[in-house]
Design a protein around this ligand. Sequence first.
Ligand code: SF4
Length: 204
Amino acid sequence: MEDLFSVLTGRVEQAFNEHTSAGAILHRAVYEPLDGLLMSTGQEIRCSKGCDACCHRMVICTRVEALAVMEYLQGINKWDDQLREAVHLHASTLQDYLEPGENKPDTWIERWVACPFLKEGECLVYPMRPVSCRSYHSLDEPELCKVPIRKVAQVKEINQAEELFSMMATMVGERIDPVFAAKGLFTLILDELSADITATGEVV
Ligand code: SF4
């Protein structure tokens, strides 16, 4: 794991030398090596188009990853009022679910509320999806992902390295601005960023 740590920190340096946008930096430093590791094991991942239980779970990411998603959507002219409203609705529903503040088990998936970027079984932000979405996979029957506590076989190298990749995303956020290193729920962060833009006309 130490070797991977050195490789990844080297990639963070390289990424900041070569790119300026959050998305391009994350791609170079974090997403490409994560995708590469997942593919390199040669194991048969059972996830496929239309199998989207993971997109009905809570997604936790760093603020910089959410920022990169928003920039990506702006770049493809999809960050419109309709999508912003869908993100806001998802964030509000999630907030209501979390409101009581009890230590209840995570049963969010049972409500079957889709991520606002899930469109006809496909992820609208697939190239820029955060670490938690990229690392989520199953070597078992996808149906088994539809329960709150799923028990499926996974690629052990990814399980071992997910935290490290997430740490790298935090490192990227920290270097852009410490505020972007914070972690939280994906749509809640996006909803906040969206409100900030609406108020100031700027992303940051
Ligand atoms: S960002 Fe994409 S992969 Fe992640 S939960 Fe949303 S639709 Fe699914």
